[in-house]
Design a protein around this ligand. Structure first.
Ligand code: ADP
Length: 533
């Protein structure tokens, strides 16, 4: 084996010994270099601007040490940097560099150096030096060997720097996650095994990663409850939903019950993390303590409830006395008086309606006294009497209310009659209120399903602007196009209507086009078990 083969082989063996660690690998390679190049000093250096630092070296005792700094201009490496390639000088004294500061200062006769680049940028140099001139002169093989070794040092450093950067990024992320005021819980797909929980998550959950945890056991392990104290069904928790569907999920009604009996209200949002090939990698859930928010919400509802109850009695009094006076029970009323009394009466009616709506909202929100008491009810006379009740409003808006032709004589359904009357009353009065003059409101029916009947209320009115459609069933929401029309309304009607329909196990939806018209659909089950809220 010739020298070149032998030293390449030694170098190769060192590169394979990753268990040594970078520093030891480098020092071993420098030693191979010194021995086979017949030099006395071997170094790997860092160059930053004018600063030259010895990172690793194999040198005779009491000459140099790792970490020692020099000015780049005082080292032969400034020649290598300028040349940007291997520089081999066998005898400095007879070379063009005989006046170099380094030579003047240190008297080093031979030099073999190569630039080291990391990510395409100069990092430093790999150099071999001797106080004696090199005889015979450095050969092409020597230069090739140093070039190759330089390449290996570059690659190794590049990998080391990438690892360090990655570690630094991970550390940044870890600090960020640990200092977040919300809980973060990461679980792998599809098993649901937790892979990371941050400090806040441990605090809220009352425990860290449980080795037994998987999406099938979260409820048990982390003691997730519904507000009424029942266990929260696992398949309804956001994280299992995201793991099963790959879709984000949000829940605001989770309660965690700690071992000390303390209950924490939780809002949780889970999102999928997807692999480059589109498959699900994991799901992350972010959750926060909303106990205080719920407390305030409850206090608000209670306040509305108390205030509405207090308002109801005097308003009923006004209604009662205004009606008595209108009926002449306090003596004859003039035309003007009648007009004013009617206005008092009508304004009072609107206030009573508002108070009733607010009471209903607070009942829905607190879940108290919003019972659905179903009794068999014929829907046909109910709809007829509603149409009659709304004649005044319909005349005011110059709108006609008609029934579709396919209506049977009776439609028996088991419903809470007062509440369903409120539903249709609200939808019909909306259809009239939001119609153009001369419009027609049609009550339709679809009984093609075996287990449900669908009623529809269509109008040819203002319609609902597309951007408002997703917010229709929110409380207090009114679309901009109706607000400019001077129509009365609070935005509470549809919110209550939806709760009533869903309380019956039914569904409500609509189709609408601005300035063309709107159809609301109400599907009620024909024989559902009583749903109560
Ligand atoms: P209100 O009618 O008191 O404003 P609702 O909750 O009943 O409250 O309705 C909420 C909003 O929905 C209305 O303000 C209106 O913007 C829109 N809306 C409801 N029904 C119709 C309809 N038939 N045509 C157009 N817009 C409607």
């Amino acid at each position: 084996m010739d020298t070149q083969d032998a030293r390449l082989r030694s170098l190769y063996e060192i590169t394979a010994r990753t268990e040594l660690g970078i520093a030891e690998q480098f020092r071993s390679a420098l030693l191979v270099g010194n021995t086979t190049l017949m030099t006395r000093m071997a170094m790997i250096n860092r160059i930053e601007g004018d600063k030259f630092t010895v990172l690793y070296c194999v040198v005779p005792p009491n000459t140099l040490k790792e970490g020692e700094e020099f000015k780049l201009a005082e080292t032969y490496c400034d020649i290598t940097v300028k040349t940007d390639d291997v520089v081999a000088i066998s005898a400095m004294a007879t070379s063009q560099y005989s006046a170099h500061v380094c030579y003047q200062k240190f008297n080093l006769e031979s030099y073999l150096g190569v630039p080291i680049k990391v990510s395409g940028k100069l990092f430093g140099t790999l150099t071999f030096l001797s106080p004696e001139a090199h005889r015979p002169e450095f050969s092409e093989n020597d230069k090739d060997f140093v070039r190759l070794m330089g390449k290996w040092v570059s690659n190794t450093l590049e990998q080391k720097i990438a690892d360090e950067n990655l570690r630094a990024e991970k550390e940044k992320l870890r600090v960020l996650l640990e200092s977040l005021p919300v809980g973060v819980f990461l679980a792998e797909a599809p098993s649901g095994k937790p892979t990371m929980v941050n400090k806040k998550a441990i605090e809220l959950l009352g425990r860290g990663i449980d080795p037994q945890a998987g999406k099938e056991s979260y409820t048990e392990i982390y003691n997730f409850k519904r507000e009424n104290g029942e266990p929260y069904p696992m398949e309804e928790l956001p994280l299992p939903i995201t793991l099963a569907t790959g879709q984000p999920s949000t829940k605001s009604d989770i309660v965690i019950e700690g071992t000390n009996g303390k209950k924490i209200g939780i809002r949780a949002v889970s999102v999928p993390i997807v692999n480059p090939d589109g498959t699900l990698n994991s799901a992350v859930v972010v959750f926060e303590d909303i106990s205080k928010e719920r407390e305030i919400e409850k206090m608000k509802s209670e306040f509305v409830s108390v205030a509405s109850h207090q308002l109801r009695t005097p308003l009923t009094g006004i209604k009662w006395f205004a009606e008595l006076m209108l009926r002449g029970k306090a003596g004859a009323v003039s035309a003007d008086q009648k007009d004013f009394l009617t206005q008092i009466h009508d304004s009072n009616e609107r206030m009573i309606k508002l108070v009733e709506d607010l009471l209903n909202v607070s009942r829905i929100e607190t879940g108290t006294k919003f019972e659905i008491k179903k009794i068999p009810t014929d829907m046909v006379p109910m709809l007829d009497s509603l149409a009659t009740d709304l004649i005044g409003l319909a005349e005011k808006h110059k709108v006609k209310i008609v029934r579709a032709e396919n209506f049977p004589k009776t439609i028996m359904l088991s419903v809470d009659a007062d509440k369903i009357r409120q539903v249709f009353g609200n939808l019909l009065s909306n259809a009239v209120k939001y119609s153009h003059e001369g419009g027609v409101v049609t009550i339709g029916l679809d009984s093609s399903k075996t287990d449900a009947i669908t009623f529809s209320m269509s109008d040819t009115g203002l319609g609902i602007p597309e951007k408002a459609q997703s917010r229709m069933f929110e409380k207090f929401f009114r679309a901009e196009n109706v607000q400019t029309q001077e129509t009365d309304g609070t935005g509470l009607g549809l919110y209550i209507v939806k709760a009533i329909v869903e309380g019956h196990g039914g569904k409500i939806w609509f189709e609408s086009k601005e300035n063309v018209g709107t159809t609301f659909f109400v599907e009620l089950p024909t024989n559902s078990p009583t749903a109560t809220k």
